[in-house]
Write a protein that binds this ligand. Sequence first.
Ligand code: ZN
Length: 129
Amino acid sequence: MAKTRRPLTKKEIEKFKKMLLERRDEIWEEIRQDLKSRVSEEYHSAINDVKDEEDVAQLDLQEEVILGVMEARKKELEAINQALWRIEHNEYGRCLECEDWICLERLNVRPWAVYCLECKQELERLGKI
Ligand SMILES: [Zn+2]
């Protein structure tokens, strides 16, 4: 795989931001569908308004239902929120470990990546992530 390591242009950052926001919407849509499939009719209209974790917490559903639905997607949501935070703070695109630029090819596939491929593989090998 080609590796393009360089600072991102404004345009590229905008593109990744859009991808991140779209993916976040998708995940919340999945969460809504999943919640709906697990709860009774009376909650369905309330679930339509769910946009973030706070809304879910206010749903007054059984905790185990919420946890079950959130668990699988929580990590990805956190990663996306972290990436969006890094965009706002001009830190987006740099590896958290070696501080080199994460290659563009990798960001295209996983715009929420915080490590370059080399660091990720090494950290995984060491069992740190
Ligand atoms: Zn790195």
